[in-house]
Design a protein around this ligand. Structure first.
Ligand SMILES: Nc1ncnc2c1ncn2[C@@H]1O[C@H](COP(=O)(O)OP(=O)(O)OP(=O)(O)O)[C@@H](O)[C@H]1O
Ligand SMILES: [Mg+2]
Length: 237
């Protein structure tokens, strides 16, 4: 579904990503980990079209993503959440999800859109928060709204950037169930950046490890957790 080879993104001559190869199948749940500044969010920005690649190639369902705008890439079926949620603060939760829904709709579908918006809010656990202004939500709810907005674009691939940060143990459990449901029940492929190791190691099929802009390794959670290179990247010598 998603393939990328030799990806490179330069910032003023400094390679932020260097030779990161990536491949993802439909409906898979893949973790992306690495120390702070490893290049995880940069990789999302490259896939989602926020940054253009300085070299390398990215393909989604056989179509090249190189040079395509973020808007175009979203329409092809790739949605993302942001590490820091920034909903439309003065709009309600329902209005926030209606923005992407209206954007992909045809004229005259008002009732269907409202229903779909409510269903997606319900799916992410915000079913009783339709009419609340986004600025009134707590962090957990803002992260859920962020996921709902991405889901409203009807993605085949969802890029999740640290959706568990700042949540307590119980909230993490519920959010992980939600993420697993995305791939198992909705068939959406998920590429998931996370620092909460217990959660991502238990849920992801495979884990990609980035360090200093390079792919350190890729393997099962078990293989990754015991690899000396990964332990070294996180803990040093
Ligand atoms: N717009 C930019 N201009 C210059 N350097 C940048 C820019 N964006 C990111 N970087 C640098 O690229 C590197 C990778 O950053 P990135 O945000 O992708 O890391 P990350 O793996 O997501 O880290 P974290 O876990 O802290 O979110 C860092 O050294 C960062 O300082
Ligand atoms: Mg990041």
């Amino acid at each position: 579904m998603l393939k990328g080879n030799g990806l490179c993104k330069n910032f003023g001559g400094v390679a932020a990503l260097n030779d990161v190869d990536i491949s993802l199948e439909k409906g898979s749940l893949i973790g992306l980990i690495g120390p702070n500044g490893a290049g995880k969010t940069t990789l999302f920005n490259a896939i989602a079209g926020a940054f253009s690649l300085s070299s390398g190639n990215l393909e989604f369902n056989g179509k090249s993503l190189n040079g395509k705008s973020a808007n175009h890439i979203c329409r092809l079926g790739i949605a993302r959440t942001f590490q820091v949620p920034r909903p439309f603060a003065e709009m309600t939760c329902l209005e926030n999800v209606l923005v992407p829904l209206v954007n992909r709709s045809r004229v005259g579908e008002r009732t269907a859109l409202l229903q779909e918006g409510r269903e997606i809010l319900d799916f992410v656990g915000l079913g009783n928060r339709d009419d609340i202004l986004a600025k009134e939500l707590n962090l957990v709810e803002k992260k859920r709204l962020e996921m709902a907005r991405a889901l409203c674009t009807n993605p085949q691939l969802l890029l999740l950037d640290e959706v568990l940060g700042g949540l307590n143990t119980q909230e993490i459990g519920a959010a992980v169930d939600l993420i697993v449901n995305l791939s198992e029940k909705r068939g959406i492929a998920v590429l998931w950046i996370e620092h909460v190791m217990g959660a991502i190691m238990g849920a992801a099929e495979r884990i990609i490890v980035l360090d200093q802009g390079e792919k350190l390794m890729e393997g099962t959670p078990e293989e990754v957790a015991h690899d000396p290179r990964v332990i070294h990247a996180y803990l040093g010598t």
